[in-house]
Design a protein around this ligand. Structure first.
Ligand SMILES: Cc1ncc(COP(=O)(O)OP(=O)(O)O)c(N)n1
Ligand SMILES: Cc1nc(C(=O)O)sc1CCOP(=O)(O)O
Ligand SMILES: [Mg+2]
Length: 342
């Protein structure tokens, strides 16, 4: 009897998890193919239930189930990706339980539960890829220690987030872990408040501790594949200073490239020689699906040139933080990008 209750609870959890994913595909992604595949999968779970010799419903006893209350982990969801990850995990775990207890009750359901679990892994990957590609990297603002050193810059940053920044990177070089955690958390909260994607530079550990949307690594930071392995489902960006590094990075699975410096920059002392805009054109011709974000020496005058060469977005520091009015600079850069993309 308790096995029927376990089967009942897990059939429900699997269906509920898949139902949430179905709604994400339908309403958030407006993707008919994925929506229908989730629906088919949900019906397939129903068929597993019907194929059982007994009816798990006969043994349902929700009143006396000690696992009824929501854990705080179940209540915390910051964005669509977290909703997908949590519900896919929930459904996959339930199917695994069905496989194990099915062996005791009705071995016939085992291969079907396993099939459903593997189908769900594939669908989850597809949904996460679509969510990742929906992240807007058009105007990507990075911090630099030279600017983030006075209290007044917190106000400046918030103004920028309100005025058109679409992605933000916490980039600190000379600070200790405790300070980075404090600043990083404060910045993350600001980004969340304004619906801006939040990245951490260089440090996988900090990105994980802050539950950032992603981490950006350079050629001399932790290897891309290591960061991808330890931060699954997150957006992992890679710096490339030339065409060859760009190709290698795309083939290794970078979610986007930070390509540069495109022009001379005085912000980064150890920057490579400028690579110019033609590299953007070549990379985008060969790999149109990987976002290329141009960085290094980009300002109001140069932004149109990089966007017309095919860059999906720009990453900037001094063009914003060095401006008399950073919020106005953000607004103007955004307007110029939109015009150049038309
Ligand atoms: C979006 C973006 N592109 C490039 C970089 C540069 O990364 P890296 O080469 O590792 O240099 P540092 O920023 O760590 O000095 C970036 N941070 N972001
Ligand atoms: C952080 C950084 N990375 C670069 C690279 O080429 O990888 S250039 C750079 C500095 C960008 O600052 P600014 O917009 O002031 O030129
Ligand atoms: Mg780096």
């Amino acid at each position: 009897m308790e096995i029927y209750r376990i089967i009942d609870v897990n059939l429900n959890r699997a269906r509920e998890g898949i139902r949430v994913l179905e709604e994400v595909a339908r309403f958030s992604l407006a993707n008919r193919k994925l929506f229908e595949e989730f629906k088919r999968l949900r019906h397939f779970i129903k068929e597993i239930e019907k194929s059982l010799a007994g009816n798990p419903l006969w043994y349902r006893d929700a009143q006396n189930d000690p696992g009824q209350e929501l854990s705080s982990e179940e209540m915390a969801r910051n964005n669509l990706r977290e909703v997908v990850l949590a519900n896919a995990k929930r459904a996959q775990e339930s199917m695994r339980v069905l496989e194990e207890f099915g062996k005791l009750l009705d071995a016939a359901i085992v291969p079907n539960a396993k099939k459903a679990r593997f189908l769900l892994y594939d669908l989850e990957r597809e949904v996460l890829a679509l969510i990742k590609s929906a992240v807007d990297l058009t105007l990507y603002l990075l911090t630099d220690d030279a600017y983030l050193n006075e209290e007044k810059f917190w106000r400046v940053i918030e103004d920028c987030l309100k005025n058109g920044v679409t992605a933000f990177q916490y980039r600190a070089k000379g600070k200790k872990g405790a300070e980075m955690y404090r600043e990083g958390m404060r910045l993350k909260e600001l980004c969340e408040k304004h619906g801006v994607s939040y990245f951490v530079n260089d440090r996988l550990d900090l990105g994980m501790a802050l539950n950032a949307d992603g981490v950006h690594v350079g050629q001399e930071d932790l290897p891309l594949e290591v960061v991808k392995k330890h931060f699954p489902g997150k957006i992992i960006g890679l710096s490339a200073t030339n065409y060859e590094e760009g190709i290698t990075g795309i083939k290794a699975g970078a979610d986007y490239l930070g390509l540069g410096p495109i022009f001379p920059t005085s912000t980064k002392e150890d920057a490579a020689p400028p690579c110019g805009v033609e590299v953007i054109r070549k990379l985008k011709e060969e790999f149109p699906n990987t976002p290329v974000i141009a960085i290094g020496g980009i300002d109001k005058e140069k932004v149109s040139e990089v966007i017309r060469a095919g860059a999906d977005g720009i990453a900037v520091i001094s063009a914003v933080f060095g401006a008399e009015s950073p919020a106005k600079a953000v607004y103007e850069l955004r307007e110029t990008i939109i015009k150049a993309k038309e």
